[in-house]
Structures are given as C-alpha cells and as structure tokens.
Write a protein that binds this ligand. Sequence first.
Ligand code: ADP
Ligand code: ADP
Ligand code: ZN
Length: 213
Amino acid sequence: MRIIMLGAPGAGKGTQAKMIASEYQIPHISTGDIFRSNIKNGTELGKKAKEYMDQGLLVPDSLTCDLVVDRIAQDDAKNGYVLDGFPRTIPQAEALTEALKARGEAIDYAIDIEVPDENIVTRMSGRRACLGCGATYHIKYNPPKAENVCDACGKELVLRDDDKPETVQKRLDVYHEQTQPLISYYTEAGVLKELDGTQDIDVIFGQIKELLK
Ligand code: ADP
Ligand code: ADP
Ligand code: ZN
C-alpha cells in the first residue's frame, strides 16, 4: 500500500500518517522529520534546509527528490509506506511518479485532509512536536499524558520555530501556490480521496480505514 498525505500545514497529515503506519505496519516517511533530524545533527543538508524552513519556504526540489526516492527504495518500504509532506510541488510529484514507474509501481492512495485556513493558525500555535520521534500533540485537541513529554518516546516537546503565526501565514501562502495543484494532479491519476479534516482525529482515522479497505 503506497499512500501519500496531502493537505495544508497543520491539516493533520502527520497525526493520521502515524496512525496509518502503525495500523498497517508500513513506514511513515516524513520529509519534515528528515530535515529536522538533519538540522539537529548539524549535517550539511540540515544547514541548507534550515535557511528555507525558517522562512516558511519550501526546501528546493533538488535537495528533496533524491532523498525520498532513495528512502522508498529501502528494504522496509517494500510493502508500501505512507509519505507525509512529500510531494509538495508538481516537479516533486512528477519525480515520484517517474521513479515508481521505473519499477512498475504507482501511488495507490492520495489522502487529502481539508482544513480551512482560519483553523490552521490556532492549530499551529497549540501544536507541540517531539524532535525525538516526530510525534505531534495539541495542547487542547490532543494533549500528551504528561505535560510537555512525548507519550511515545519520553522526550521533551517543543513549539516549532516555524509554527509562529507570521511563519504559518507564509507557509499557507506557499501551500496554496505550490502544493494545492497536486490535488488536480492526483485526481487525474485517479487516486485522490478527500476527507474533512475539521472532524475529530479518531473519526478521520475511521474514515481512512474505510477507504483503505
Ligand atoms: P507541516 O506539514 O506542518 O507544514 P513539515 O514538517 O511537513 O510541516 O514541513 C516543515 C518544513 O520542511 C516545510 O515548511 C518546508 O520548509 C520543509 N519541507 C518538508 N517537506 C518538504 C518538501 N517535500 N519539499 C520542500 N520542503 C519541504
Ligand atoms: P501536519 O502534519 O498536517 O502539519 P499535524 O498532524 O502535526 O499536521 O497536526 C497539526 C496540529 O493539529 C497538531 O497540534 C495536532 O495535534 C492537531 N490536530 C491534528 N488533527 C487534528 C484534528 N482532527 N482536530 C484537531 N486538532 C488536530
Ligand atoms: Zn517522541
């Protein structure tokens, strides 16, 4: 099962992707998590990516596509994966389609989680992220069991630098301009599934399990 998650920043892609990965025993591949772990480890890629991420801009396709194409060729991705945060531009989607085609494969589902822009800023200011395992929480809608501690790995939770309202607005603009066209791209590919992302986390996950049946 090869799945991609679409939706604005803060739509709930990561939250649902983690649940899908655990339910279907496939890897959760998040480009945002990969970049953040490179930043934390001070790699060259991390240094380059940070310049863009801090401004709410996309990291260039040249730094992103090969990374993902290599990752999905690894052994644990043989039976599928859930891609979260990639593709984010038409050239990225085309690179993915081509790389899969070369192996006789294709994306099975593109799950688009729809949340209006008005809801996004509140969601992001309450988001708390674990830089250890990539889990995300919300202080009101999905609080961790102990304040500021990750349920999954026990590390401290942080408010991401790019979740400040000014940067969130920029990321939303970038989303509408560069990422939203992917909805037509995957509709044409016949794999798009749209969900209402303003519902409760568990309700949305129930709908995802229905559509993956
Ligand atoms: P969110 O889904 O909350 O917007 P992500 O963790 O997916 O956040 O991404 C954080 C940042 O990492 C993005 O704003 C962007 O700068 C960078 N990024 C992640 N994935 C990609 C990608 N596929 N292409 C370009 N930049 C990316
Ligand atoms: P994305 O990966 O699309 O950027 P996240 O999964 O990190 O989004 O979710 C963004 C924020 O919204 C997090 O704080 C998360 O806990 C919260 N959240 C996710 N899904 C829902 C939902 N259905 N209702 C309310 N809050 C949600
Ligand atoms: Zn964690």
